[in-house]
Design a protein around this ligand. Sequence first.
Ligand code: GLY
Length: 433
Amino acid sequence: MQVKRILVLGNGGREQALSEAYAKSRGVKQVYVLPGNGLVGVANKKVTALTDEKSDYKAVLAVCRKYAVDLVDVAQDSFLADGLADKLQNAGILAFGPTQKASEIEWSKEYSRKFMQKYHLPSPRFASFSDVQKARSYLSGLPEQPLYIKASGLALGKGAIRADNKKEAVVAISEMQKFGPAGQTFLIEECMTGEEFSYFVICDGQDFVTVGAAQDHKTVLNQDRGENTGGMGAVAPCGIVSAKIAREVEQKIIKPFLLGMAKEGRAYSGVLYAGCMLTQTGVKIVEFNARWGDPEAEVLLPAIQSDYLSIVMAVLEKRLGRAKITVDTKIRVSVAGCSSGYPEDYSAVKGKKISGLEKAAALPGVLLFGSGIVKKQRVFLANGGRVFHLVGVGDSLVEARERVYAAMSMVYIEGNNLQFRTDIGWRDMERTL
Ligand code: GLY
């Protein structure tokens, strides 16, 4: 089947990076992003944001008909949790993304940890609760130790609270309510110690191809301090993932994951993001996500030299075992440009003007992706916590960092409201000393 028009569902930098990866395919005429953001399509005429269309199932069906869409990429976690990939397939529309049951590996941390336990995937000790009193009495039987209290449902990457002792754990348990239905069930987990990385494979239910690993920087402040965010910047490839570590991830995590999911009747087809930690006793799983990461997508997708659509079609036609994926050898560093106040209260920044973006993106070796941003009468306005992502591309980490931070220095949000981390890639810089 010839795919000419593709619809990508989502609104972040990830979806923009995805749409641009699809647009490179020669046979593709147009890629639509629903709802997209103010930077989608600005520098790539084969890509269009459908910011005025709704994005519930009925609206997506209508958009597919209106724009004669051949393939839908269900790229965002909330759409996967709503079962949009299944619904579209059932309606006879080609859809890329795991089924609702398969993506439960992300949208229920309780299901995910139980699955890991059942199939002996390396993971921390945990217990799950829907009753605060039961959680407290379990806690009182534990020795003093650092713990994580985690909302089971989707919480925009902010649902995990670290507690250094039992007193803090009690407070964290009471905070689960603020996540609404996502926090109704929550987990108490042993706190692992080590360095985190994100490992990405594309699966067809049985086989997989590896895209690579990236390192996200999740907290809002330099030196990994402050609140957790959706991700303040990423680097790929990342130094911690040697060939030996990659083999360990694939043998001990990816292969048993695929076998286990198939056994459960949830054969996993789509992008798998294994959030991993290298601990003293080997690699362990922090979490599984059923999609590309954001900001990891912005540093990994542009590296793919193979035709991305061909890989997706190999998944949909269950012939991934014969497919190959090649990536370039450049280093990419992304930095999220955020509204001041993010991730807490940044409402005052909404609607503030942004200048310098297009000049920054015109620098050599720089890419620009939108996130919480709108374009009105040729002016870019802030419209969210993470507003945009700049990416520096270089032959070395130093060059990539120089490029991205030179670009960032050209951008300004009215009222001095631009916030970003200045140390993205610091761990790999340390490793070069
Ligand atoms: N990198 C964090 C996420 O995509 O969930």
